[in-house]
Design a protein around this ligand. Structure first.
Ligand SMILES: C[S@@+](CC[C@H](N)C(=O)[O-])C[C@H]1O[C@@H](n2cnc3c(N)ncnc32)[C@H](O)[C@@H]1O
Length: 241
C-alpha cells in the first residue's frame, strides 16, 4: 500500500542498501529505453539536448565529457556516440553512463569513447570533471536526492551544465512542514535553477553546495509521482530555518 492510499500512516524509512534492492528501484517495467531525440527523448524531458551542449563545449585540444547518471539502457548515449563517430570526434569526447541495473543495450561494444558502468550513483565517483551531467528521470528512485545533486554539481567543469528531472513532491521534511518551497528556495540560494512547472533542476558551472538538510532515509511506498510511475520519497531534517 502506498502513502497516497493512507496519508496518515507514518512511513518506514529504509537505508540505501534496502532501497537499491526494492521492487520500486529494481522495477523491470520502468522506461530505461529513452533515446536522445523525439517525443519522450532526453531533449524533450530535459528541455536541453545534452549531446548538443557537449558539442558546444568542444575546443581545440580539449576532450569534453558527458556523464549520464541513471542512464538506463544507455540508448541515448549510444545514439549520441554514433553521431560523434560520424563526425569523427570520437577521440575528443568521453561519455560515461552509470546505472544500478546494468541492463545496457547490446550494441555499445565498438564505441570506444563510451563507458557504461554498473554501479550505484550514490557510491560511484568520477575521475574527471564533466562539461555535461544529465539525470533523466533517475532522481525519482534515489534516496538522498539532494546529496546527489550536490555531488554532481561539484563534478562539473567551470562552464559545465547539470540538468535533471526533479519532483519536489518526493522530498519530505521530518517535521511535517511542506518541503517544496523550502527546498526550492535553498536550491536557488546555492545558485541552482529550479523550474517548478517542468520539475527540472539545473546547475551552471561547478559549485560546492551546502544545503541545510540532513538525509534521514527513503520511503519506497510513496506511490506514483507526476510521471505516473511509483517513486521514492526522500526524508530530510531541516538544520536551519
Ligand atoms: C526511469 S529509468 C530512466 C533511465 C534513463 N535515464 C532513460 O531515461 O531511459 C531510471 C533508472 O534509474 C536507475 N537507478 C535507480 N537507482 C539508481 C542508483 N542508485 N544508481 C544508479 N542507477 C539507479 C534504474 O536502474 C533505472 O535504469
Amino acid at each position: 500500500m502506498s502513502h497516497s492510499d493512507n496519508p496518515a500512516a507514518s512511513p518506514v524509512l529504509i537505508p540505501v542498501e534496502l532501497l537499491e534492492q526494492s521492487g520500486i528501484v529494481a522495477n523491470c517495467r520502468m522506461n530505461r529505453e529513452r533515446t536522445l531525440f523525439g517525443t519522450n527523448g532526453y531533449e524533450t524531458e530535459l528541455g536541453y539536448n545534452p549531446f548538443y551542449v557537449m558539442l558546444s563545449k568542444l575546443r581545440p585540444g580539449l576532450t569534453v565529457g558527458w556523464l549520464d547518471l541513471c542512464c538506463g539502457s544507455g540508448r541515448a548515449l549510444i545514439e549520441a556516440l554514433n553521431h560523434i563517430q560520424l563526425m569523427q570526434f570520437a577521440d575528443r569526447c568521453e561519455v560515461i553512463g552509470v546505472d544500478l541495473a546494468g541492463m545496457f543495450a547490446g550494441d555499445s561494444a565498438d564505441l570506444s569513447c563510451l563507458q557504461l558502468v554498473t554501479a550505484s550513483v550514490t557510491a560511484w565517483h568520477p575521475t574527471r570533471q564533466f562539461e555535461v551531467i544529465s539525470c533523466v528521470h533517475g532522481l525519482h528512485y534515489i534516496g538522498d536526492k539532494l546529496g546527489l545533486i550536490s555531488r554532481a554539481s561539484s563534478w562539473l567543469t567551470d562552464n559545465g551544465q547539470f540538468m535533471a528531472n526533479l519532483s519536489l513532491e518526493n522530498i519530505k521534511l521530518n517535521d511535517g512542514r511542506p518541503a517544496k518551497r523550502i527546498v526550492a528556495a535553498e536550491l536557488r540560494k546555492q545558485g541552482l535553477v529550479y523550474d517548478a512547472t517542468r520539475k527540472r533542476v539545473f546547475c551552471h558551472g561547478r559549485r560546492q553546495i551546502e544545503l541545510p538538510f540532513r538525509y534521514l532515509g527513503a520511503d519506497d511506498h510513496a506511490g506514483p509521482n507526476y510521471t505516473g510511475q511509483p517513486a521514492v520519497d526522500s526524508y530530510y531534517e531541516l538544520l536551519t530555518s
